[in-house]
Design a protein around this ligand. Sequence first.
Ligand code: HEM
Length: 416
Amino acid sequence: MATEKALADYDVMSKAFQQEAYGFYEKLQKEAPVYKLPNADVYLISRYDDIKAISLDPATFSNKLSYGMIQGDRWKIYEDEVARRGWGIKRVLNGADLPEHRRVRKYLDSILNARAVEALKPRIQAVTDMLIDQFADRGACEFVSDFALRLPSIIIAEHFGFDPGNIDNFLRWAATISRITNHVLTTEQLLECAEAELEMQHYLHDVMERRKIDPKNDLLTRLVIENSGDTVDDNPLTEQELQNILRDFILGGFGTVVNMLGNSLYLLLRHPDQMEKLRSHPELMPNFIDECLRIETAIQVFPRITTRAVEMHGIHMPQGALIGLCLGGANHDPSKFTCPHAFDIERADARSHITFNFGPHTCPGRLLAKLELQIAFTTILQRLGDIQLAEALPNPHAANWRHRNIERLPITFRPA
Ligand code: HEM
């Protein structure tokens, strides 16, 4: 008889983990709701209510993390290189606490509020149609590179006023730099990430300088002008701070929607009954999007650090402990969702997912992300019939314990 796998036998960094992640979280929720990873100083929190309480208590669970906690002393090599040849890293948004964080979030609220996002609707629809036009007649495409990678990147780039022709660089910078939070890197790999960081900093510096000389009607110009020091704002953001805000948008806004587009289509492909239901009941679209966000959470684990020693469920976490909030696990918590592993586009409480988290750092891009997903899938189902996987994909999720994504999704379809 097969023996049940012990918690310590799971290797969260392995590719195989992607297939067993939800079983692992379920086991954690039952046996070890606060779990210290055996080979790292990281405490995983997996229950929905615990994660929500932690996120609403930023005084105890701070966002002020240093990448040095993951990379150790070698992190200094990266930091020094970026400071020497660029502007250095100063995290003022994701990675900051009050009062710095509040000062910066005020910009985001106007940039991505419901009105601003609603105004993007026609453009999101136009870009969606343009991308589908490029492969609709072929009857086949590779969904990630032909569609998912393009739609959110073009929208974000245009919204800020970046040149959409530079999208491949944004994607490359985001993919390279985010390795710092996902893996323990060698010195050589850290220097590669530093190169990407420096390339991005110099690009951001150049576009901001150009906006000073040649202002345009875009968000970049607004950020530059409002923080030029000649305005009523007596506490303008410095160039280094502006760069780091834009950095968070490039790292946070490009890849996450890409991953959700792939994860959601893969869910439909594995559940043709749900795809048929959605085709015949398009009014279920918003709930379908929430259910996808719940069941295949793009960011599976988000970090925090303790500002004092804390005890939870009988486990002592010292001051300065690195905490991993398992958002993906919490979205499968049976005490919150009935039959949590079932994909049900009519689930009554799908919207209660914790995918964008709660509290002061809750994702500012959530309305935009949902709108992009809704327009994309409404149009895909209208324009492509009989969508099928073009080949079997035995373990399609990338080996990345913090993010859940599919790198390749070849499909066939009938133009509708
Ligand atoms: C489905 C897609 C997305 C998911 C799953 C997602 C998820 C998240 C999560 C979990 C956080 C962290 C919250 C915390 O620390 O408590 C976050 C923060 C953030 N997200 Fe998103 N996000 C998505 C799309 C976007 C988009 C489209 C943008 C930009 C337009 C964006 C920009 C950001 C930024 C700038 C932060 C940092 C906010 C802060 O620290 O105050 N995200 N996101």
